[in-house]
Design a protein around this ligand. Structure first.
Ligand code: BG6
Length: 804
């Protein structure tokens, strides 16, 4: 039976109930001994998450805290009408279980108490919130208690957050002296902008310290053990936890279930928003962050996390492979009533290559992978160490605990999989780890079980003494105000800053279809090199017929034609980039042979990234030692800012090739600690540098792009400067942020021996068509003013831009 919701009107019944509970509560605590009354309000109490985990978590909290001084009431709320809601909750409460070590009699007793302390009520209008608040106050007063605080657990879709938050803030805050905690479930936005919006909105109702943003992976026992493990094994790990010793890190969450029944959610978030942006990113931070001296200080942990976020190298389209299980499209059509012609581009699988540009991790690949409809359910973090040994003895004489020729790895096994539960594994040839013996025990041997290529006996393996569900742990942390297990706003926004550009660049990417389960075979295996990741196998043709049996890229030769009276090279992106990189190398070799040096001016933005990577990886004959690199344009941000074009060049090219530093010429946008101030004469200084070093100010090759508005370099339509005249370098204004720019002028571009314009992607289709038809009108379309005086112009367009 559920308790009545309105205490004041049923004071008699409540007195009896209090007496019953009081008796049950270990010797009937006197009201004055109580530390205060806690109300837990579970919003969305009849929903999936609540039924599966949250009620059990609240019961667990009650089991742990009953008799320790606080009194409790649990208010399950939803929009469901009272009768139906009560029925659902009654069933859920009936199914609650105690930990294995609780005696059955004791369990039944505590469960009965918990049931009596729980109620269901419909909570919809602001008046309902006010009534709830009044009922809590009346109850507290009637029982002679002090109110300690209120926990509101939002297990509702995010669109409902703002209204609920407003109602709580206006009508349901506890009185002075009592605390308020609101618990929020992901998703927190679907990109940086929406997350920021949500944060601002919620910030107008609650203080940051009142908000507990849940990432339930932080409640998983093994995930929660990563920092303590690093801390307790500092001595062994200090020398190992770095780029000199770590070969790579894998952060994996594989699922066998698919998204059926959740496609409306999934269509909005995909696997990246659902799992990678939160669960896997949090784990990445725990592994990668510098270890604070005091890991129990949430401020220190947050500070170090944010530092690690700042060191993440920006993700590009080439940093990811994405897939979609074959049945997904049909499920979406059915569940969202879409026509048969509807195609979803939502990834249900993603493999991402992350790099961290700091001294500790530079060059170490971090692989993040998650997917639905895969062959097994398992989650783990695997840190594989470099094999730098040669073993002189034959393999049969290797002793697992001593041989340096066997793999050396640390695995935080989050759960499921072959092992069937959480564990921490350390190769015996690494070191014997220390884990808190009260809560971790050695795993018993399981003959025949092999993990990551080695028998279980090759590892020191520990599992929790008592396995606990993540939500129970987090609910207990909320009660004990342990904020380190929750996502701070800055953390959340930093994560979205990292993921949003990738999501944008994947918006039009067609994911690879996969059949699902064991049949996936090697279809989703992927490989990485430099910053680039790609599937190892070509797609299955019968699965991926292409848009109406369109020919595959390999069926095409690079197409030669004319565009605006200049040569046009058109191809699929990969071939186009390969061709352009080859042409640049040829130009470089020619120039160095003739003049001893090669002056190359490069644009920023996303299109050239693949080119930079291609040049960095595949062109070992490139005369880098004699190449001068110049910038075509720059944003007025510090050079270390991720938005700086120089940063892109640095990350994707300079890091990987040996250009003498005195041959690198970033644009001086940041002088005297100011950005592009006219009086600092940065543009003039760059012009002088060009005049001094580049013969006749004539670059050997200038690489340009074309914007959807017809801009090129940072010369935008209607620009008052840079389209003609004497100036080589100008300060301009962009219509989009960051607005201030520095750019080469059209006259200096047109003095180049060669100009290459790279145009890629469907979004460029319209402008490409338009510009093909117009004359020389640089004021309207600056790109149309590109006509080298005596050099050669070549257009490089991919089929998407050229053919649409
Ligand atoms: C949730 C995702 O956050 O995590 C689900 O929304 C996913 O798509 C789930 O299935 C996995 O959690 P667990 O605890 O089952 O590994």
């Amino acid at each position: 039976m559920l308790a009545e919701p309105h205490f004041t009107r049923h004071a008699g019944a409540w007195n009896m109930l209090t007496a019953a509970v009081c008796v049950a509560l270990l010797g009937c605590l006197q009201a004055q001994e109580l530390q205060g009354h806690v109300s837990v309000i579970l919003l969305g109490a009849t929903g999936d998450l609540a039924r599966k985990y949250l009620w059990q978590g609240l019961f667990q909290l009650y089991l742990e805290e009953a008799g320790k001084g606080h009194s409790f009431r649990f208010h399950g709320t939803a929009l469901t009408n009272t009768k139906q809601g009560q029925e659902i909750i009654a069933k859920v409460l009936e199914s609650l279980s105690c930990p294995r070590d609780t005696a059955p009699g004791r369990c039944a007793e505590l469960k009965a108490q918990f049931q009596q302390l729980s109620e269901y009520r419909r909570l919809k209008t602001p008046e309902d919130y006010l009534a709830l608040s009044k009922d809590i106050e009346a109850w507290v007063q009637h029982e002679g208690l002090q109110e300690a605080g209120r926990i509101f657990y939002f297990s509702v879709p995010p669109f409902a957050y703002a209204d609920i938050a407003r109602s709580i803030n206006s009508s349901c805050r506890p009185g002075p002296g009592a605390w308020l905690r609101v618990v929020l479930e992901k998703p927190f936005g679907h990109d940086h902008r929406s997350a920021q919006q949500l944060a601002t909105e919620l910030g107008s109702f609650f203080q940051e310290e009142e908000m507990y943003r849940v990432d339930h992976y932080l409640g998983k026992q093994v995930v929660a053990q990563i920092l303590p493990f690093r801390d307790q094994n500092r001595k062994a790990l200090d020398g190992l936890w770095n780029r000199h010793h770590v070969e790579r890190v894998e952060i994996i969450m594989k699922e066998t279930v698919d998204a059926e029944g959740r496609t409306s959610f999934y269509e909005e978030y995909g696997v990246i928003g659902d799992v990678l942006q939160n669960h896997l990113t949090e784990i990445l931070m725990l592994v990668a962050m510098e270890l604070p001296l005091d890991i129990s200080s949430s401020e220190a942990v947050l500070g170090h996390k944010l530092q690690a976020f700042r060191a993440l190298r920006g993700l590009q389209r080439g940093s990811a492979v994405v897939g979609q299980y074959q049945a997904y499209r049909g499920q979406v059509r059915r569940e969202l009533q879409k026509p048969d012609s509807f195609h979803s581009l939502t990834p249900t699988f993603a493999g991402i290559l992350v790099h961290i540009d700091n001294l500790r991790w530079e060059g170490v690949p971090f692989i993040l992978m998650s997917g639905k409809a895969l062959d097994e359910r398992v989650g783990y973090v695997r840190i594989l160490f470099k094999d730098q040994a040669y073993c002189a003895q034959s393999e049969k004489r290797w002793v697992p605990a001593q041989s340096h020729c066997l793999p050396q790895q640390i695995i935080f096994y989050i759960g499921h999989g072959e092992l069937g539960g959480p564990a921490v594994l350390v190769s015996r040839n690494l070191f014997r780890p220390s884990l808190p013996s009260a809560s971790w025990k050695e795993v018993e041997g399981q003959p025949g079980l092999r993990l990551f290529g080695r028998p279980l006996s090759d590892y020191y393996a520990y599992s929790p003494v008592r396995e606990q569900d993540a939500y129970s742990i987090l609910i207990s942390h909320i009660f004990h105000r342990r904020k380190d297990s929750f996502i701070a706003m800055e953390n959340l926004l930093a994560s979205w800053v990292f993921w949003t550009p990738l999501l944008d660049s994947l918006a039009h990417e067609v994911p690879r279809l996969y059949p699902g389960g064991a049949e996936n075979g090697h279809l989703l295996d992927f490989e990485f090199s430099g910053s680039h990741v790609s599937f190892s196998q070509p797609p299955l043709e019968q699965l991926v017929p292409g848009p109406d049996s369109a020919p595959m890229p390999s069926d095409f030769q690079v197409l030669g034609a004319k565009y605006r009276d200049s040569p046009l090279i058109s191809a699929w992106p990969e071939e186009l980039i390969a061709r352009l990189a080859g042409d640049i190398e040829a130009a470089a070799v020619r120039a160095v042979r003739r003049f001893g040096e090669f002056h190359l001016a490069l644009s920023g933005g996303s299109s050239p990234v693949a080119l930079f990577q291609q040049l960095a990886m595949g062109h070992y004959g490139f005369p880098w030692a004699h190449t001068h690199l110049w910038l075509v344009d720059e944003r007025c941000v510090p050079l270390w800012d991720p938005e700086s074009n120089f940063q892109g060049l640095q990350a994707h090219l300079l890091q990987h090739v040996r250009v003498p530093y005195y041959n690198i010429h970033p644009m001086p946008v940041h002088r005297r600690q100011r950005l592009c101030a006219e009086e600092d004469q940065g543009a003039q200084a760059y012009a002088e540098e060009i005049s001094t070093l580049v013969t006749n100010s004539s670059f050997d090759l200038v690489l340009l792009g074309m914007g959807t508005d017809g801009h090129t370099a940072s010369l935008f339509p209607q620009s008052p400067v840079g389209l003609d005249g004497e100036q080589l370098v100008v300060l301009t204004t962009s219509p989009s942020s960051p607005r201030r720019r520095m750019s080469l002028s059209l006259p200096v571009i047109n003095r180049a021996r060669q100009v290459a314009v790279l145009v890629m992607g469907r979004m460029k289709r319209e402008i490409a068509l338009l510009v093909s038809r117009v004359g020389r009108e640089p004021r309207k379309w600056p790109i149309s003013g590109v006509r080298p005086d005596s050099g050669q112009l070549v257009w490089y367009m991919d089929y998407d831009a050229f053919l649409g």
